[in-house]
Ligand binder design. Structure first.
Ligand code: GAL
Length: 439
């Protein structure tokens, strides 16, 4: 902000600074692990440590999965005699400051959950009326993320007024804390939390069910708000709940069985990557039963690079075979869903991420016609298409390629200019650098 202020003048700059909130200064979506779809309310200190250790052992920490989010039920039912929120003494006997220290020593960050109501969704002590004291408590413990839910709010509570209270309280601590709003998309938070920079991410939907097509419906609902996402402020379609889920009681997901196929799992991950969603795994890595191929998908460096791209702009559906989906204007805001779809998102240096989707029940051929011409790419130069899942160059093409996509699958691609322009692109010209249409 200060760098940009020179030309605007000090006064305008001060106005801008006071009307927006700093929140976490991280610019790209967070990556990590959440307890909710694994432990539900049975979350315990030991389990958190086992999962964090597994993330390290599996190489996921090295890839950036560093936020460990302890969801609902870490806290006691009641506040302490001093009115402070406190850890549940039987499940977190060492307390949250000790857990933060343990995680920080291993390079992880600690996320905690609270609620804007008097009690959380699972009836533990909420933060209503205690926002400043709770924010100060979290900061003193070394918390790095707060997921802030919306159960049991007082009558007349307005999220547009209530959420900034905790946001400001977190900012006042001076600690870099990622503020994750969770009001399930009520009142379209992208339209007010986004422009007012009230949070680092905001949930856009109800809890995700890791089933097909349910996770796709969540993606659709999240896609709708793509224009509102920008660096440090993202739409949040919920976690990556994959593998066997042991929620007990099964609050968010069926309790048994692996719910997604390999193709569905990589479609799910591809959507979250191209949408610049937080990549929060909710996988029980401590169990012996999670399918090992999940690791292949969520460890894919090229997919993660798309999610963590420095432009931090959300990709969206650009074409579908659904009614009204054949809009070839790359600036179209809302393209209706179909059975075959192309999603696209801008990346640094004029690259483009593509996701070719087949929601249908039989194999489909998807055709893509496009150009990457712009400040990064000279005219009449081929486009290099990189197959992210296969980790190989698919080929070079002038302006067209076709791919066969299996049912319920999503092929993630990265398109680059085969011979980049020699002169560097002008700043701020990355978006709209390319045109992309399908037919
Ligand atoms: C829901 C929330 C879930 C989980 C749960 C905990 O409101 O959407 O993600 O946090 O509360 O009780």
């Amino acid at each position: 902000m200060t760098e940009r202020c020179g030309a605007l003048g000090v006064l305008l700059c001060l106005i801008l600074l006071s009307s927006s909130q700093a929140l976490s200064k991280r610019r790209t979506p967070i990556m990590g692990w959440s307890s909710w779809s694994v432990y539900s309310c049975n979350v315990q200190e030991d389990g958190i440590k086992v999962q964090a250790q597994a993330l390290s052992d599996l190489g996921l920490w090295d890839l950036g999965y560093t936020y460990i989010d302890v969801d609902d039920c870490w806290m006691a039912f009641n506040r302490s005699a001093e009115g402070l929120q406190q850890a549940n003494a039987s499940t977190f006997p060492s307390g949250m400051a000790a857990l933060a220290e343990w995680l920080h020593a291993r390079g992880f960050k600690l996320g905690l959950y609270s609620d804007a109501g008097t009690t959380t969704c699972q009836n533990r002590a909420g933060s209503y009326g205690y926002e400043a004291v709770d924010a100060a408590t979290y900061a003193s413990w070394g918390v790095d993320l707060l997921k802030y839910d919306t159960c049991n709010t007082v009558p007349g509570w307005d999220p547009e007024e209530g959420y900034p209270i905790m946001g400001k309280a977190l900012n006042n601590t001076g600690r870099d804390i990622w503020y994750m709003m969770c009001n399930w998309g009520q009142g379209d938070p992208a339209t007010w939390a986004g422009p007012r920079a009230l949070a680092n991410s905001w949930r856009t939907t109800n809890d995700l069910m890791p089933l097909f097509p349910q996770f796709y419906e969540v993606a659709d609902a999240n896609e709708r708000w793509w224009e509102y996402a920008r660096p440090g402020q993202f739409n949040d379609p919920d976690t990556l709940a994959m593998g066997y889920l042991f929620a007990d009681p099964p609050v968010t997901a069926p309790a048994t069985g692996n719910t997604l196929s390999y193709a569905e799992t990589r479609l799910y991950f591809g959507l979250w990557c191209i949408m610049k969603s937080n990549l929060i795994l909710s996988v029980d890595f401590a169990s012996s039963e999670w399918p090992r191929w999940i690791l292949d998908i969520v460890s894919n460096r090229h997919a993660i690079a798309i999610n963590q791209d420095a432009l931090a702009l959300q990709g969206h559906r650009l074409w579908s075979d659904g009614e009204g989906g054949n809009n070839t204007d790359p600036r179209a805001v809302h393209v209706p869903a179909g059975l075959r779809e192309v999603w696209s998102g801008p990346l640094v240096d004029g690259d483009v991420a593509l996701l070719l989707v087949n929601r249908g029940e039989s194999i489909a051929t998807i055709n893509a016609t496009f150009t990457l011409h712009g400040p990064h790419c000279p005219k009449d130069v081929n486009v290099s298409v990189y197959d992210v899942w296969g980790q190989r160059v698919f080929g070079e093409c002038a302006s067209h390629f076709a791919m066969r996509v299996a049912p319920h699958d999503g092929i993630l691609l990265r398109c680059s200019c085969a011979r980049p322009a020699t002169r560097p692109a002008r700043k701020g010209k990355d978006r709209g650098d390319h045109a992309f249409v399908t037919q």
